[in-house]
Design a protein around this ligand. Structure first.
Ligand code: AMP
Length: 397
């Protein structure tokens, strides 16, 4: 497989699929440019190696063809700034004669941005002819959009067939794949996954898949109570998914069969209201008072979980172990973060992924003390579920 480092870009036009689906305010100002800055290493590397780049992305959810508010033109001034004031050509569309003519004028070091791919329903439809038309604009295809790698859209996967020998991962996707594979395919042991968040239902397939590879599975957060109730515990008013009680039981059995150690909270911080001002008590997680809810793990559990994490060599963290948005219930999540930081300092590989765990890592200022943070959301979760991502497979095939 070709890589950005090995590929000869000189004199070539690289079509880079990025995820520039950034939030814009009413004045079309970018309110968070993380996704744009994340693609800069790939863009700059290709430019530095004598290539021209054609940047393509979707932006927002246009319903019926072109809509000014979803035009990629809103991103051009900021992209130019990020690229050191470089002049950028804005294409009238992502296909068609005028766009083709503009692409044909590109020289080494030039940057052109295509109009929103989703102005054409063929993009999400994975239309082959649409993909072919885009492919004619460039000499190679670089997939640097991990966030859309789970979609078999024209620009994220289908286009690959027009570049059998000239398709490669961008640096962002390459590092996502490498980090996730480090955890999923060749973990150093012991391997511990910490699954938190509110619902079992949204994490069930991941948990099932992880049971094939982890040594320890720590369950925290709101999903604790579905497991506790399934085992006959008293959960008071804690969040629970009654439809998943049987499934929770079957996961416990499966874990036992596979020799995976399941770790649950032994004690929790219960509260009489879902509020920072609530009264709180530490109680057994199996004996929560009526009308009180477990909103964080308790001190004994913090000790137990932290010990498992500190002794691990590979750690995957997805989801907070409490309602960390409120300081009163953030103690457990912060402690887990601290244990991960310690393990990482001692040589473990730690991967944090999933919106809320990333928010937690940022809240506790430990982002630079874990090995890798995945911001890919849905695509990462599907990878963890063991699914093949079309945007990854298309490059690897
Ligand atoms: P998720 O999107 O499923 O990862 O859930 C993240 C959310 O779970 C966060 O907003 C947390 O506040 C919430 N959460 C964590 N622990 C609990 C709990 N014990 N009860 C209710 N919500 C929780």
């Amino acid at each position: 497989m070709q890589t950005i480092e090995s590929y000869d870009f000189s004199g070539k036009k690289a079509l880079i699929r990025v995820d520039f689906n950034v939030p814009l305010n009413e004045q079309f100002e970018i309110t968070d440019d993380t996704r744009m800055t994340a693609a800069l290493p790939t863009i700059n590397t290709i430019l530095g190696k004598g290539g021209a780049v054609i940047i393509m992305s979707h932006l927002g959810r246009p319903k019926k063809g072109p809509e000014d508010k979803f035009s990629m033109k809103h991103l051009v001034p900021h992209l130019s700034e990020l690229l050191g004031g470089k002049a950028i050509k804005m294409a009238p569309d992502c296909i068609g004669e005028a766009t083709k003519a503009m692409a044909s004028t590109l020289k080494a070091g030039d940057v052109m941005v295509l109009e929103n791919l989703r102005f054409h329903p063929e993009e999400e439809g994975g239309d082959e002819d649409f993909a072919r038309q885009i492919s004619e604009l460039g000499d190679c295809w670089v997939n640097d959009a991990f966030g859309t790698a789970h979609r078999a859209h024209a620009s994220t996967a289908v286009i690959a067939k027009f570049f059998p020998n000239d398709k490669l991962f961008g640096l962002l996707v390459a590092s996502e794949v490498e980090s996730l594979d480090k955890v999923l395919k060749a973990p150093q042991r012991p391997f511990t996954a910490i699954m938190g968040g509110s619902k079992v239902s949204s994490k069930i397939t991941i948990i099932e898949n992880l049971l094939n590879s982890v040594d320890h599975l720590i369950i925290g957060g709101g999903m604790t109570y579905t497991f506790v109730k399934a085992q006959g515990g008293k959960i008071g008013g804690s969040i629970c998914e009654d439809d998943y009680l049987e499934l929770a039981k079957s996961l416990l059995i499966k874990a036992k069969e596979k020799g995976v150690q399941f770790h649950f909270a032994v004690d929790v911080v219960e509260a009489d209201a879902f509020a920072e001002t609530a009264n709180t008590k530490v109680v057994s997680s199996y004996a929560i008072d009526d009308n009180w809810s477990g909103l964080d793990i308790g001190p004994e559990t913090i000790k137990n979980f932290s010990k498992v994490v500190r002794e691990s060599k590979t750690i995957l963290w997805n989801g907070p172990v409490g309602v960390f948005e409120m300081d009163k219930f953030a103690v457990g999540t912060k402690a887990i973060g601290d244990a991960i930081v310690q393990a990482t300092a001692n040589g473990a590989f730690s991967l944090v992924g999933g919106g809320d765990s990333v928010a937690a890592v940022n809240k506790f200022n430990i982002a630079d003390k874990v090995s890798y943070i995945s911001t890919a959301g849905g695509a990462m979760l599907e990878y963890l579920e063991g699914r093949i991502l079309p945007g990854i497979a298309a490059v690897q095939e």
